[in-house]
Design a protein around this ligand. Structure first.
Ligand code: PRX
Length: 652
């Protein structure tokens, strides 16, 4: 759990920002009283609450039961109901005034632009659905999507959902080995990629990474390639009978397509996330419950109205992009903005220019991005007209009050509520959050539970307390349905610390107003710039190097990234720590996971601190890295190790 000075400050935070009357006037939930009334109703009559929400969406056939708890924690939502989430996100709007409304605004990093009305996006998705069918994809097949942030990424996701194929999007920063592991785990038949993608002025060679990843694949039958770059940048070779240009198939298929009728509990997507073992987990989400939850959280947390332009800066490779760039806003008939590149291209004003150019009204980003913007200086946002903004959001990691205040003053001009939203890949949607027209905010707090969610804070032995482990006491429609191929791990990871209680892996505190303050992970997962990285994943990679005897990776406080990874590596006898070896180890992480998972520092040490039974004492390594007085050292097998490490850490 994070115990840095910064969080000591968080705990003393007393500033309170009341909802702005101007905002509340038109908000869906416009007073604390309304929030409390609906919240009470959603807990006391949980099933009828969710049943009524689901009625707002289209079902080909109505469900028999809202919730089936018989095989808990394998809960079933809207059992017997038949629907299709892509139909709900697109076709459902075509008989309304939204038919010609802009669904998707897109800008590429080089500045190229596209936009799609609901009608046009539906046509694109229908054509893509036919292309997938042409390549032999059937309902239930797994499709890997490894694309840059181009419109086709959203289109392919929606097309998979339309035909009932399970999409598994892999963030384009992952390396070939990580793609291979995911393909093998879910036995995917198809990979969708692009010849390149623009990032920080460069073009990423995505197709060749895919070629490397699938060279020995037993399951991949076809690769669908979207053309994004100019041919002259670098060549992209297609393998005969396996690889296909999307644009060539696109021109051959019809734009008439009926959405597949899906069972509410049919799998919608798999998203891999790091855990506490070396193997990433395939988090499973299904159709009806996820749809209902993404729909309602988007509507109320972002207070979506037809005049909004909603920009969620997350990549669709992460869950935030799934729920709040694609599904949630489109289910609400909103206009979303999608941007391909980085915030510093061609200069540090790019995000603010996008807000000005598109009249963005709702901006949702990560604390690490906010801290980066602060570092770049106020002059960048001040060059642009940000007056279109009416609501700001953050997600992915705890936000320090200083960054919250900067966001409030410099980006929001003190006129925009901030929603600090706590949730996870596993929860499918937002769980703790202010509702902007109803709930007062405190810088650094995710405030109160969303409708239908019953959180609590537990002690180790399962008693309610006000500082300890965050838990969720009841099931909710957006919840994960399991870990792909590993039901035991699902139960063990999430439901067995306290029988039947969901344990997300975070520590939290509750204040006297009942507000939640997330303190960070309590397991061996590190949150670097809002990305979850399991330390054991890195450790098992280091150990593959012949020079390495042992390693311990920890997360330490970082000014901008929130946390950074520090690796302590001890070498086999006779091995020397050299800059060349350090580079080799960094390269290993880069090629096995991706650059974003490279540690900030590698400290070579003769030994790592261990208990007498041989368990690595990471707590002490964290104390060293964060410059704290060392905690209890009496259980150390060799107390001298820690002093040597401390000197070494501070010298390097
Ligand atoms: O530790 C919490 C942190 O991010 C974790 C979930 O990571 P992931 O599944 O990658 O999803 C990120 C986007 C939903 C959580 O266990 N986290 C997420 N949001 C917040 C947060 N920590 C504090 N405050 C938040 N608002």
């Amino acid at each position: 759990m994070n115990t840095t000075k910064e969080f000591d400050t968080v705990l003393k935070e007393t500033r309170l920002f009341k909802p702005l009357p101007e905002f509340s006037k038109n908000a869906h939930i416009s007073s604390l009283k309304d929030y409390e009334r609906i919240y009470k109703e959603s807990i006391e009559h949980n099933e009828s609450f969710w049943g009524n929400v689901a009625e707002e969406l289209h079902w080909f056939k109505k469900w028999k039961n809202v919730l089936n708890t018989k095989e808990a924690p394998f809960y079933k939502w809207f059992e017997g109901g038949k629907t299709n989430i892509a139909y709900n996100a697109l076709d459902r709007h075509l008989t309304t005034a939204r038919k010609n409304k802009i669904a998707l605004l897109w800008e590429g990093e080089p500045g190229d632009k596209k936009s799609f009305s609901y009608w046009q996006l539906t046509q694109e998705v229908k054509k893509c659905a036919h292309v997938l069918k042409y390549l032999g994809i059937q309902k239930g097949d797994r499709v890997i999507i490894y694309l840059p942030m181009i419109p086709e990424l959203a289109i392919c996701v929606l097309a998979c959902a339309r035909i009932g194929a399970v999409h598994s999007v892999i963030f384009a920063g992952f390396a070939a080995d990580a793609i291979k592991d995911r393909i093998d785990d879910c036995k995917a038949k198809l990979v969708i990629t692009a010849d390149g993608g623009y990032r920080r002025g460069k073009v990423l060679p995505l197709k060749s990474t895919v070629d490397e990843a699938i060279k020995d694949s037993a399951t991949i039958e076809n690769v669908l390639v979207i053309k994004r770059k100019e041919d002259a940048v670098f060549p992209c070779t297609l393998q005969k009978n396996r690889d296909h240009w999307y644009h060539e198939l696109y021109h051959k298929v019809s734009s008439e397509h009926e959405a597949e009728v899906m069972d509410s509990e049919d799998m919608l997507f798999l998203l891999y996330t790091s855990g506490t073992t070396g193997k990433p987990k395939g988090i499973m989400h299904t159709t009806g419950g996820y749809m209902t939850y993404a729909y309602l959280t988007s509507k109320y947390v972002f207070d979506l109205h037809d005049t909004d332009v909603f920009w969620c800066t997350a990549d669709i490779g992460w869950v935030t992009g799934h729920s709040y760039l694609v599904y949630g806003p489109l289910l609400n008939g909103a206009t979303v903005l999608m941007y391909e590149g980085t915030p510093q291209f061609p200069d540090e004003g790019r995000f603010w220019k996008l807000i000005e150019d598109y009249g963005v009204t709702i901006f949702y980003t990560a604390p690490t991005a906010i801290r980066t913007f602060m570092k770049w200086g106020d002059e960048w946002p001040k060059k642009y007209n940000l007056s279109s903004l009416r609501l700001l959001g953050t997600v992915g990691e705890p936000i320090n009050p200083e960054a919250w205040m900067w966001y409030h003053r410099i980006i929001g001009n003190e006129k925009c509520p901030i929603v600090d939203t706590w949730w996870q890949t596993e929860t499918g949607g937002i769980m703790l959050t202010p509702l902007p027209g109803a709930i007062s905010t405190k810088p650094g707090s995710a405030t109160l539970p969303f409708f239908g969610i019953e959180p609590a804070i537990y002690t180790n032995d399962g008693k309610e307390t006000d500082a300890g482990y965050l838990v969720i006491k009841n099931p909710w429609p957006g919840m994960l349905r399991g870990i792909y191929g590993d039901p035991d791990r699902y139960i063990k990871t999430y439901w067995s610390k306290w029988n039947g209680i969901y344990f997300p892996g975070d520590g939290a505190r509750k204040d006297t107003d009942g507000y939640y303050w997330i303190l960070g992970r309590v397991d061996d997962v590190v949150n670097v710039s809002g990305h979850r990285i399991g330390t054991s994943e890195l450790e098992s990679i280091f150990i593959e190097h012949p020079a390495v005897a042992e390693s311990a990776v920890i997360g330490a406080h970082h000014e901008v990234k929130g946390q950074s990874l520090i690796a302590f590596v001890s070498l086999r006898s006779g091995q020397q720590s050299t800059p060349k070896l350090e580079k080799e180890l960094m390269n290993l992480i880069e090629t096995k996971i991706g650059k974003f998972a490279c540690p900030e520092r590698i400290i070579f040490s003769a030994d790592v601190p261990k208990t007498r039974s041989g368990k690595i004492m990471r707590r002490l390594l964290r104390d060293i890295a964060e410059g704290r007085a060392l905690g209890n050292v009496t259980t150390l097998a060799d107390p001298a190790v820690i002093e040597t490490l401390k000197t070494q850490y501070n010298e390097e």
